[in-house]
Design a protein around this ligand. Sequence first.
Ligand code: SF4
Ligand code: SF4
Length: 506
Amino acid sequence: MNRELYPFPGGLQIPPHKELSNAKTSLITPLPDSIILPLQQHIGTPAVPLVKTGDKVLKGQIIARADGYVSVPVHASTSGKIIDIGNYTVPDPLGLKAPCIVIEPDGDDVWFEIKPTHDYASIDPKDLQDVIREAGIVGLGGAGFPAHVKLREGTESAVDTLIINAVECEPFISCDDRLIREKPGYIVNGTRMIRHAIQAKYCVIALEADMPEAYAALKELIDDDIDLIQLPVKYPQGGERQLIKVLTGMEVPSGGLPIHMGIVMHNAATAAAAYRAVIRGEPLISRYVTVSGEVNDPRNLQVLLGTPVKHCADQCGYEDKEGQAIILGGPMMGMYVNNMHMPVIKTTNCVLVTSTYNKSPEMPCIRCGQCVDVCPEKLLPQQLFWHAHAKNYDRLREYHLFDCIECGCCSFVCPSNIRLVQYYRKAKRQITQDEQTRSGADHARERFIARNARLAREEQTQNNELLAGSDIGELDKQAFIQAAVERTRAKRAQLGKQENSDDDQE
Ligand code: SF4
Ligand code: SF4
């Protein structure tokens, strides 16, 4: 079917470099010496450990439970022994450590009891969402948002269109391309399953024209129930807002969500993982990862979650050389890391080794406006830069800093070599931290006021009970009441003082 397309503003044509890795069949990565599983591999609350050091675990067993609605469990990705629960380096731009469960594999790779389901269409959509949650499925396209939350939003509102995003627009990354070529049935059936889970009217799988083999593999399995769309190549077309614009002509408003427009989007690999979880009963314990750039044998790997990044790079002929940078993700939106000790997690799609990153010193902004021309969000990147530099957070909000998708187009074209996105990321982090601190202080103050109000109520009740049960005369009663009123006044005055001093501290 020919579908009208609506190009998004800005964007770039960038050399794709996908040919380095996408032509070779993926390899199953051998078991590493240790598996390091962070309790937080998703957006939301970290999982809570259910095991202790010394426990034996089986492959696929839940070792940390979800904590709250926006959270997912963590499963052992192989069988073995828990050798530590502690802080380890995780994928993080600041090189931070976070709580992890470490497994020493026993080499047997023995599965925990799994419960396959052969007919997803017979399962109630809400039950299907629970299965997907228990399997620890999160968005595998990069963000790591728990998949069940998006699905639940889908059942709570009428969904017009389900979009399966197979647009892999970042240079070098080809893990979705390989997954689709090798397991097209997972994608197509996963798409149908998600459609059933949210009862969507229409369904689209979108990918770019530089994935002809993947397109052909899907085409073979698709009937009229799914619209398969090939898009002209343009970066960052895989962005949620950009792809919605291209396919529907609609723009997700600032601060809005696709579901408010009747649209739900999932990544192709997420659809495959969800299908696998339901039909084969296998939780999310592995994923495809591209290892590319300056390694001897760039290719895609099937990797158990928790496998150290260095172990993956070694399978592809990595050699440690002077001047190289390691990026988790692609060169535009990826995260520079200063070692390879951290594990592959649910959101790790690529390990890129490169020495051709921007090392030139930053120069002053010359107001050329090139960054404005390429911004797909129609922002004013140079203004954002000035206000981020000046730490003027109010102005950054006015200029819609949080609409920035960190695509890197502005940094890419900047003739002054200004790493614009780094400034935006830092500012976003600071604003978020400030908000968390403020909401923590507000919460403490509310609790303080509520506690004092409760104490005052209790004292009042005691006074009433005393009065009711006593045989003191009318005059004494008046004096008793007056004393109680005075005490309450004094307490209120004290409370007000405390409140003011809390305000002063903020
Ligand atoms: S591209 Fe760079 S130099 Fe040009 S206006 Fe933007 S920030 Fe300034
Ligand atoms: S990184 Fe942000 S400001 Fe820069 S082009 Fe992308 S969306 Fe616009």
